[in-house]
Design a protein around this ligand. Structure first.
Ligand code: KIV
Ligand code: ZN
Length: 390
């Protein structure tokens, strides 16, 4: 076990209620948002992005109530680079003991073309809006949307403007999941090296999963100096989703030998919040999803089950209890071996001699060939029709 007391802290910024809820079809009710925010606060999330207050009356009301109820987490609202958006955001988050305004604008050539602003006009807008936010709130986050496709010299320029205008966190979004780990790290390293004042603020990484690299990109950014990871429960988010909170937290924990960073997250609360987010968003978790999938701690093959029964470390790199699951799931099916069958039957109260086990095992395999999964009731039924040949 590594000594974590002297390790760098990485802040966990959860945006399940904002970027996560932006996935088509994932809309949550007011009460559901309050519940999820409470669970995030309890599990030790540093910053909760509670919504986009200008987007609707409902979003405003949810952010305001989450702010009032918050205990430990900073509560953040999102605002476009417009004074009215920022005012509305402040109206919602100002009730929190620790409020944050997060304002953003798309800085890549593709995104600059939408409001049809020149580089200079956009730079002025950034200065004006970040300064405005900072006059309202001491804690201001600024994001150059589509940062990973923004010209590097322009990115340096606008990040410097935002820092000078009072931003305390600079978030670097990979808005379309385009970057790769080496590039993600290099970008943070270059920003820290070239932007005056960069050492006085926190750099955040905000990755999308379009190419399945969000977790790797986030961790690479941390290794290069980012100290806030933006993520969602179950990786919920637009298109292929955002970085999954449970993945980055457990990766830094399980591989703390090569990623010596600490978070404040109580990982034993992961499974419960994962299930609640799946239930309220209506987005089921894929079976083989890392950490929280139904099969993440399940074993069916005979070799794996035998290994697990002798020493769980043979096929598990973390314990199910570490993420809030009561135990490993030994799934009985056609790939299961004799040792697993004996152990399962013993759990059900059946002590078998070797000959009896041989007989039951043959009939178990016949049944498993017909049924995908064998449940406890199937095993009990099998035992009822078993004679004791010993
Ligand atoms: O992906 C993105 O660029 C965003 C910003 C609003 C931060 O979600
Ligand atoms: Zn995003």
């Amino acid at each position: 076990m590594t000594d974590q007391s002297s390790q760098d802290r990485v802040l966990i910024f959860d945006t399940t209620l904002r970027d996560g809820e932006q996935s088509p079809g994932a809309t949550m009710t007011h009460a559901e948002k309050i519940e999820i925010a409470g669970l995030l606060d309890e599990m030790g999330v540093d910053v909760i992005e509670a919504g986009f207050p200008i987007a609707s009356e409902g979003d405003f009301a949810a952010v305001a109530e989450i702010s009032r109820l918050s205990k430990n987490s900073v509560i953040c609202g999102l605002a476009r680079a417009q004074l009215g958006d920022i005012d509305r955001c402040w109206e919602a988050v100002k009730h929190a003991p620790q409020p944050r305004i997060h304002t953003f604008i798309g800085t890549s050539p593709l995104h600059r073309a939408i409001p049809n602003l020149t580089k200079d006009e956009m730079a002025d807008r950034i200065h004006e809006t970040v300064s405005h936010a900072r006059n309202l709130c001491d804690n201001v986050q600024w994001s150059p949307m589509d940062a990973t496709r923004t010209e590097l010299d322009y990115l340096y320029r606008v990040v410097e403007i935002a820092i000078k205008a009072g931003a305390t966190t600079i978030n670097i979004p990979d808005t379309v999941g385009y970057t790769a780990p080496r590039e993600s790290a290099e970008l943070i390293r270059k920003l820290l090296e070239h932007v005056p004042g960069a050492d006085e603020i926190i750099f955040a990484t905000h990755c999308h999963n379009d190419l399945g690299m969000a977790t790797a990109n986030s961790l690479a950014a941390v290794e290069a100096g980012a100290r806030q990871i933006e993520c969602t429960i179950n990786g919920l988010g637009e298109r292929a989703g955002n970085t999954a909170l449970e993945e980055v937290v457990m990766a830094m924990r399980v591989r703390n030998d090569i990623m010596p960073y600490q978070t404040k997250i109580d990982a034993t609360k992961i499974m419960n919040i994962s299930r609640r987010v799946a239930a309220v968003s209506g987005f089921a978790v894929q079976f083989n999803k890392a950490i929280v999938g139904k099969n993440a701690f399940a074993h069916e093959s005979g070799i794996h089950q035998d290994g697990m029964l002798k020493n769980a470390e043979t096929f598990e790199i973390m314990r199910p209890e570490d993420v809030g699951l009561s135990e490993t799931n030994i799934v009985m099916g056609k790939h299961s071996g004799r040792a697993a069958l004996r152990s399962k039957l013993e759990d059900l109260g059946f002590e078998l001699g070797d000959n009896q086990l041989k007989d039951v095992f043959v009939r178990f395999k016949e049944l498993a060939d017909r049924k995908k999964e064998i449940y406890e009731d199937d095993l009990i039924a099998l035992m009822r029709t078993t004679t004791d040949p010993e």
